[in-house]
Design a protein around this ligand. Structure first.
Ligand code: KG4
Ligand code: ZN
Length: 356
């Protein structure tokens, strides 16, 4: 009999607006990865509505788990552990995943493993549907760019993580989503801006890139306001009573593409600038780990590739499915905890805030 190559872990993710479950063998061999997106439910509000999100998670969590287990070609009884992203996120959404994970772990009599969603994004570059798995060399610099987070981290192993910088206002994904709303491109905005930017001239507008006390912190609110003025003109009046001379519909297609391209250049340049600074401040960094939905951005991926080459570090940027919220990253990181003999009690609670 050959030795088993690692535990079979079910990973459950429900922190925001994706209901996701995956089965992963050992540290990162993905046997199935199922994501039920709720984008269509939130589109008319141009952002995630927490009450709608938790109700949709409740409806979808069971079929998503069942589909993930079947797609992996196993049964529930084969699982060695159940993992769940239990922080940070929307509390009502997190609770659905955490409750499902507890019920399953208890009924199957297997360990329950809680995982930090943001730390899991940093682990996504180690996942693969085929063997061998990509190896991650530590120490590493971690970059999380998502709808909720824009942060830089130092990692000495997959679970030893220190934050170096973070956004002081909007997350970069949130800025992409707001930019898309302003340009009337729909929700979620990141992919729409990415597509439109290809046709635009990114030098049309010289949008601002924030300078902050901590050179590794980010801010995107000034960029957002600059785009607002570029699209709609300068406001007449103040606050909620302000009126704008025009809307995105008054711009030509070419002018909208120029706005998208210029916005994307500024947002990506801000991320690259700080990532470069962080890489320059250490000499022992071996890998650059990137995760979160904005890591799907074409321009950011290209520029991160060039930066990693320039600094002589290995870039671990996941394929798109693992950049976005998914259960595989949860299961993979949980496997690292299990490896160390760690697991949680059934009293594990959901938490909205970032811990590290
Ligand atoms: O990681 P994620 O799925 O959820 C959070 O944890 O927030 O990230 C979602 C974010 C959204 O803001 C979405 O607009 C953005 O990732 N996004 C992109 C792209 N694809 C998704 N942003 C820029 N370019 C893209 N191609
Ligand atoms: Zn996420």
């Amino acid at each position: 009999m050959t030795a088993r190559p690692g535990p079979l872990v079910l990973g459950i993710e429900s922190s925001c607006d994706e209901t996701a479950a995956a089965v992963v063998r050992g540290p990162g061999h993905v046997l199935s990865n199922v994501v039920a997106t709720q984008h269509e439910l939130h589109a008319e509000y141009a952002g995630v509505v927490p009450e709608i999100a938790s109700r949709a998670h409740l409806e979808r969590i069971e079929p998503v788990i069942v589909t993930a287990v079947r797609a992996a070609g196993i049964t529930l009884a084969d699982l060695d552990a159940v993992a769940v992203g239990h922080r940070p996120g929307l509390i009502g959404s997190l609770l659905v995943g955490v409750s499902a994970a507890k019920a399953l772990a208890w009924s199957l009599d297997v360990p329950l493993v809680g995982v930090d969603h943001v730390h899991a994004h940093l682990y996504a570059g180690g996942l693969s549907g085929t063997l061998p798995l990509p190896e991650i060399a530590y120490p590493a610099l971690g970059l999380v760019v998502s709808g909720g987070h824009t942060s830089l981290y130092r990692l000495t192993d997959p679970l030893a993580i220190t934050r170096l910088g973070r956004t002081i206002d909007d997350a970069v994904g949130e800025a992409f989503d707001k930019a898309a709303t302003l340009l009337e491109l729909g929700y979620p905005g990141g992919p729409a801006i990415d597509r439109l930017a290809v046709r635009g001239d990114d030098t049309t507008h010289d949008f601002p890139i924030a300078r902050l006390d901590n050179p590794l912190d980010f801010s995107f609110s000034g960029l957002k306001t600059a785009l607002l003025y570029a699209v709609r003109g300068h406001p007449v009046g103040r606050g909620p009573a302000a009126t704008f001379p025009r809307s995105a519909a008054d711009l030509s297609d070419a002018a909208r593409a120029d706005c998208a391209a210029s916005f994307q250049r500024a947002a990506v340049t801000a991320v690259i600038r700080n990532t470069r600074r962080a890489l320059e401040s250490t000499s022992d960094t071996r890998s650059l780990l990137v995760g979160g939905g904005v890591a799907a951005n074409t321009r950011l991926r290209r520029e991160l590739g060039a930066l990693a080459d320039e600094r002589g570090v290995t870039l671990r940027i996941p394929e798109i499915a693992y950049c976005l919220d998914n259960g595989a990253m949860i299961a993979g990181l949980a496997s690292q905890r299990l490896d160390r003999g760690e697991a949680d009690e059934l009293t594990l609670s959901a938490a909205t805030r970032v811990v590290v």
